[in-house]
Design a binder for this molecule. Structure first.
Ligand code: GLU
Length: 314
């Protein structure tokens, strides 16, 4: 049955922004490094890019922010491109049910992280992206990939954020050393984490991020150019991982309320794919108790309700 009424996405975004405006500032801004703690908690932006290329935005949708763990979707895509399904020897595909940086689980599972989106898993993926590269080349490859996907040349890494991550990343060093001790990292811990901290420090706006993620909503293709980023099957599988593992220990809740594959980051961003429809990015720095953007999650729930885009049915 086809829907005769086209969605007025701009009106939906305007309504969401209006309804959430009284709540701006809610949630707890990440404060483990000063660069994130300094962000104005009242920032809010949202961008929707449809598979036919239309862009709709509201609020601070063009202000770059630290994408943090959202980068893990793109390094996973790169690692799959380089190594194919072999990557699953190094990382699992199950939701973790524990904190994003848990070390206990890693010990139980002999250095094989549960999934590519918890920190240990993302570090293992970054190790695979490093294959055949110096850290500098790998960082360059990641930045080029983001620029290509977003079709924008001014996407940069915030080096101050990267340095600060490195200076305070004790737990990430612990996770990486642990994996290395199990023989599960091929490269020196400093190299792997050097790349990992830089990918987390990518600064992008909602508009850029939504454009970069569009291939996930468009069966693996950049719809306007027709270029294939990944196969249809691979796009579907990355979406499945985002749905089951993309929101730390709040992935079940996000699937329940929003019903779309998504990946969040501690910078307060969330990237979501509505397969066949659109790519959506939202940014609001205040986080909920699971470390996901509080108002960002709410905005996506409102969007899913209004559009009927949930993968579980309208
Ligand atoms: N750079 C952060 C870390 O590795 C990323 C955290 C996140 O966004 O989940 O601790």
């Amino acid at each position: 049955m086809s829907d005769p009424t086209p969605l007025d996405l701009q009106a939906i975004l305007d309504d969401i922004y209006r309804d959430l405006t009284p709540r701006l500032g809610e949630g707890k801004v990440a404060d483990y490094i000063p660069q994130l703690a300094r962000v104005n908690p009242r920032r809010f932006g949202m961008a929707v890019v449809t598979v036919d290329g239309a862009v709709h935005m509201v609020g601070d949708a063009e202000v770059p922010f630290s994408i943090q763990s959202i980068s893990k979707v793109f390094t996973l895509t790169l690692a799959l491109g380089k190594h194919g399904e072999n990557i699953w020897k190094r990382v699992g595909r199950e939701p973790s049910g524990s904190a994003f940086n848990s070390i206990v689980q890693l010990e139980h599972e002999h250095g094989i992280p549960r999934n590519p989106f918890i920190n240990a898993g993302a570090i293992a993926i970054t190790d695979l992206v490093l294959a055949g590269h110096t850290p500098k080349e790998a960082i360059g490859e990641i930045v080029r990939f983001m620029r290509y996907l977003a079709d924008e040349d001014d996407i940069l890494i915030d080096n101050e954020v990267a340095r600060s991550e490195a200076a305070t990343g004790y737990r990430n060093f612990a996770l990486a050393n642990f994996m290395r001790s199990f023989g599960k990292l091929d490269h020196p811990v400093e190299h792997v984490l050097g790349v990992y901290f830089h990918q987390c420090a990518l600064a992008m706006s909602c508009r850029q991020l939504a454009k970069a993620g569009l291939f996930l909503a468009a069966s693996g293709k950049v719809p306007l150019s027709g270029h294939s980023v990944v196969s249809r099957q691979r796009a579907r599988r990355i979406n499945a991982l985002m749905l089951t593992c993309g929101h730390y220990d709040g992935s079940g809740e996000f699937a329940y309320k929003v019903g779309l594959p998504g990946k969040s980051g501690v910078g307060g961003g969330i990237l979501v794919a509505a397969p066949g429809k659109a790519s959506v990015a939202v940014w609001s720095p205040g986080l909920n108790h699971n470390g996901n953007s509080l108002l960002g999650s709410l905005a996506l729930e409102m969007l899913a309700n209004r559009t009927g885009w949930s993968v579980f049915g309208a």
